[in-house]
Design a protein. Structure first.
Length: 364
């Protein structure tokens, strides 16, 4: 259904021709239907500009009416597409694949005259000045599925041309029909006002960003065991990491990679070598970067870590480091890679004078 006038949208442009990720909302919807396997697609329009869009090729076009109800009636009566069931959808909503598949599953049961997706109301609701129990509220969505013969007859008989969705015709006579209400938790948002476009763009168009972090520290060999920190894990080793803080090269590199992905400055800018930061736990540096990540509403997509050192060997501590990192970063072990290599006895790292770490991160 794409025949609306978009009066509340307050723009010369048709809202379904608004672009998100370089595709119109109409293109998104038709692409999703085709990928799922819909062969019979009918588009109801009044705006001839829509026909200039090549996405409408091989799609049945029917002229809409003055109201939504009349547009639906026109489509049901005039469509040459033959089917037992019909999905009726507002073109101003970007279809959600998960919802479509659930609707198909319920339709294939061949039980219901009408399947209506809905969302629960999570906010306080009032009518006038009276509170309404939100547990009783269903926020009706589309696409809705109907036994085509029955919804067609109801539209032909209908004189209420101001109905806002087709399921109302069924719900008005609910005792006569088998209705399935299907809870929908997907991102099934309708574009009504101009501001809705920006809100949806913020959800769909968030760019993936990447950051690179690097840290290196001098190490000193010892005759006896000493405690060092790597990846938040306390490790016994016959070396001492020379550092102003606890010298955790892994956490330092990760911190810098997150700050870089956020277009922030390096770790030393926020935690300089002063008395306050002497012997400081590097988890505090990482948490600072993670708090900035959350403030800007980003999440970690994946992280790739490479340690370069002759000593200590990382493999005996691998599981503990991964466990600590997944917990503090709030990711799973499929989103993180921890690798280690030597410098083949070359240079200062190869002569066990330094330990270094690289971190590559992508966020979204």
């Amino acid at each position: 259904m794409a025949a609306g006038k978009s009066t509340r949208f307050k723009s010369k442009n048709n809202k379904i021709l608004s672009k998100i990720n370089n595709k119109t909302i109409l293109e998104h919807n038709i692409d999703i239907l085709k990928k799922i396997g819909f062969k019979k697609i009918t588009l109801v329009i009044n705006d001839q500009r829509i026909l200039k869009n090549q996405i409408t090729t091989n799609i049945e076009i029917i002229k809409g009416g003055k109201t939504r109800a009349l547009s639906a009636r026109n489509a049901l009566i005039k469509s040459q597409k033959k089917s037992k069931y019909v999905f009726i959808h507002d073109a101003a909503r970007i279809l959600q694949t998960t919802l479509i598949k659930k609707l198909i599953f319920e339709t294939n049961k061949d039980i219901y005259d009408c399947i209506i997706p809905y969302a629960k109301c999570s906010d306080t609701a009032i009518l006038g000045t009276e509170n309404i129990s939100r547990e009783k509220i269903k926020l009706i969505k589309t696409p809705q599925v109907f036994l085509k013969s029955k919804i067609t007859k109801l539209h032909i008989k209908n004189n209420d041309y101001d109905i806002t969705d087709d399921s109302k015709l069924i719900r008005n006579h609910h005792k006569k029909y088998k209705i399935k209400y299907l809870l929908d938790r997907s991102l099934n948002l309708k574009i009504t006002f101009k501001e809705d476009i920006e809100n949806i763009k913020n959800l769909y168009e968030k760019k993936i960003r990447v950051g690179l972090g690097y840290d290196i520290h001098r190490i000193q060999k010892l005759d006896k065991f000493n405690s060092i920190f790597l990846g938040g894990v306390k490790i016994k080793s016959k070396i001492k990491i020379i550092s102003h803080s606890d010298g955790d090269v892994i956490l330092h590199a990760i911190t810098d990679s997150i700050l870089g992905a956020l277009s922030k400055r390096d770790i030393g800018t926020y935690f300089p070598n002063n008395q306050k930061n002497k012997n400081r736990n590097s988890s505090e540096f990482l948490n600072y970067a993670l708090n900035n990540l959350r403030k800007e509403d980003y999440k970690i997509n994946n992280i790739d870590i490479m340690i370069v050192s002759e000593i200590p060997k990382i493999n005996p501590h691998y599981k503990k480091i991964i466990k600590f990192l997944t917990k503090i970063l709030k990711i799973n072990d499929k989103q993180i890679t921890l690798k280690a290599t030597t410098n083949e006895r070359s240079g200062l790292i190869g002569r066990s004078k330094y330990i270094a770490c690289w971190s590559n991160i992508s966020i979204y």
